[in-house]
Design a protein around this ligand. Structure first.
Ligand code: XIL
Length: 367
């Protein structure tokens, strides 16, 4: 018997046809995600990198057409913005802000205070137990420069870390914590409120979404911290759920995720998915199978997120697999050398199943 019969050809052809029909992004032109988001009042956005924006027209075009909000992948981190104590460099960040303005897109600010992406001089200075101005001067300078153009700021990033085994699951290994204790968070939020009262002020957190014991601890640490901040009248207004989902590695539960979002909402805070991508380093070799698993997890995850009235939208951490940070991050790289398929568009800027499920999730909210 021939390996590929007419019958099997017909089956494959029908499958291909069905897939084409189910891929409205290709048929309907290029603004699909942005249009779908606009219809709902939710945002869809992407992280953007100035170094690619300036040289890759297709990438720039995709971002302009698909995203209603952008966030700088590196350009507004302190390492980029303040290379020396007395020197700021806004060039790369300005490139992205200008691009967003030209394309009628909102901007997120990421991030004022993080234990990572710190210039060397800052790590040294924190070691010397500096004054609050090391936080407040920076926030005031940056927030005021972009005031009126920023939808929301990640005021602090990744302040919980279970690996530190500290009370409240706080990231006590952070140079910020070592210098100030928990009060660095209060100082940062107050400074941000003063410098840009209209931006929504976020606490952005990592690994809060898994149905795993360690992730439950991160959720508990986050909620307990929010309670302490709110009690101290710290102007935290929203929680960023990074959502670097580990498609084949960690368990996910709609119910657990939904409850966490409700807990945040019950404190009067907004929620946004701020850095979604779906890692597939330990998935099967077959890209189709990986795409299916990624799309079905994203569907469950976003349907829960978008069912909440206090959810503002979803940002993916990049838009094309070509430039995903996962490809250059050892713990996310595939052993077989294939690139990850974690973002809506593939390396040739073609929409994948993830785009279809995202469109459907936005569509549910529109009704
Ligand atoms: C990542 C960038 O994507 C990489 O290019 C960079 O090398 C390291 O940082 N959580 C965050 C983001 O809040 O700022 C990180 O971005 C990814 C994890």
């Amino acid at each position: 018997m021939p390996a590929f019969t007419r019958r099997s050809f017909m089956t494959v052809a029908a499958g291909v046809a069905a897939h084409l029909v189910a891929t409205p992004t290709t048929a309907q032109g290029q603004r699909a995600l942005r249009d779908a988001a606009d219809k709902t009042g939710l945002l869809y956005g992407s992280a953007a990198a100035a170094k690619f924006l300036t040289v890759d027209e297709q990438y720039a075009d995709l971002l302009a057409k698909q995203a209603s909000i952008l966030v700088c992948e590196a350009e507004t981190k302190r390492k980029a913005l303040q290379p020396a104590p007395d020197r700021y460099d806004f060039n790369a960040a300005d490139t992205i802000f200008r691009f967003a303005q030209k394309n009628g897109q909102k901007m997120r600010g990421h991030t004022f205070v993080w234990h990572d992406a710190m210039p060397e001089w800052l790590i040294d200075a924190l070691d010397q137990k500096p004054r609050d101005t090391i936080i407040t001067d920076y926030i005031s300078t940056v927030a005021k420069r972009y005031r009126g153009r920023v939808h929301s700021w990640d005021v602090v990033n990744e302040v919980i870390n279970i690996e530190d085994r500290a009370p409240g699951f706080m990231r006590t290994s952070s140079p910020w914590y070592k210098a100030f204790g928990e009060s660095y968070i209060d100082i940062a939020f107050h400074a941000a409120k003063q410098a840009d009262p209209d931006a929504i002020l976020f606490l952005n957190e990592l690994n809060t979404e898994a149905n795993e014991r360690w992730s439950a601890n991160i959720r508990k640490g986050t909620l307990d911290l929010l309670d302490r901040l709110l009690k101290r009248n710290v102007p935290v207004e929203a929680v960023g759920i990074q959502a670097h989902l580990k498609t084949f590695r960690t368990a996910y539960s709609d119910e657990v995720f939904s409850q966490f979002l409700d807990e945040i909402g019950s404190r009067g805070l907004k929620v946004m998915i701020t850095e979604m991508d779906l890692a597939d380093s330990d998935g099967p070799a077959d890209p189709e199978q990986r795409d299916d698993a990624i799309a079905s997890l994203a569907k469950r995850f976003l349907n829960v997120a978008f069912s909440k009235p206090h959810t503002l939208g979803c940002i993916t951490w990049g838009i094309t697999d070509k430039y995903s940070w996962l490809n250059s991050t050892p713990k996310y790289q595939r052993a077989d050398g294939q690139l990850c398929r974690s973002l809506p568009f593939d390396v040739n800027y073609q929409p994948k199943r993830l785009v279809d499920t995202m469109l459907a999730s936005y569509g549910l909210r529109a009704k």
